[in-house]
Design a protein around this ligand. Structure first.
Ligand code: HEM
Length: 118
């Protein structure tokens, strides 16, 4: 149940992250999409943390859990920093894409390291 929610939030969060950046770079920023993006990323984070607490053979001491925690914090922070007003467009696009790369890396870590453990 939580796991299914986590899987859905992965794609919703990425979708809103991409939409939010696309709209900002097209000079049409949307407060609604920004809010939905923040909510879905928090839901991804929350469902992940909840699973660590609920699944007894997964702990915060697992290196992949730490990697995912750092990954989601970087992904969310890069999105916030990149889309703040005041940055030059190339810098903003670079930081925003870096956020996508961190997301992809975190996804890959989950896919590569999770299955053998569980
Ligand atoms: C960018 C953020 C994240 C992405 C892209 C992501 C992606 C994934 C993916 C793809 C899986 C399924 C792996 C598989 O079995 O095939 C997964 C499972 C899981 N994730 Fe995340 N995740 C993210 C953030 C987090 C965070 C922050 C935590 C908590 C520290 C977390 C905890 C978990 C746990 C515990 C599972 C295992 C569920 C199970 O198989 O029983 N995730 N995640």
């Amino acid at each position: 149940m939580l796991e299914n929610a986590h899987f859905i939030f992965i794609w919703i969060s990425l979708l809103f992250y991409l939409m939010r950046g696309g709209l900002v770079f097209a000079n049409k920023p949307s407060k609604t999409i920004t809010t939905l993006s923040a909510i879905s990323s928090m839901a991804l984070f929350g469902s992940g943390i909840a699973m660590v607490f609920l699944i007894s053979n997964i702990s915060f001491a697992n290196s992949w859990v730490m990697t995912k925690l750092v990954g989601i914090l970087l992904y969310v922070s890069l999105g916030v920093i990149a889309l703040k007003p005041g940055l030059s467009k190339p810098t903003a696009i670079f930081l925003w894409l870096l956020g996508v790369a961190v997301f992809a890396y975190t996804f890959a870590v989950a896919k590569l390291f999770l299955e053998p453990i569980i």
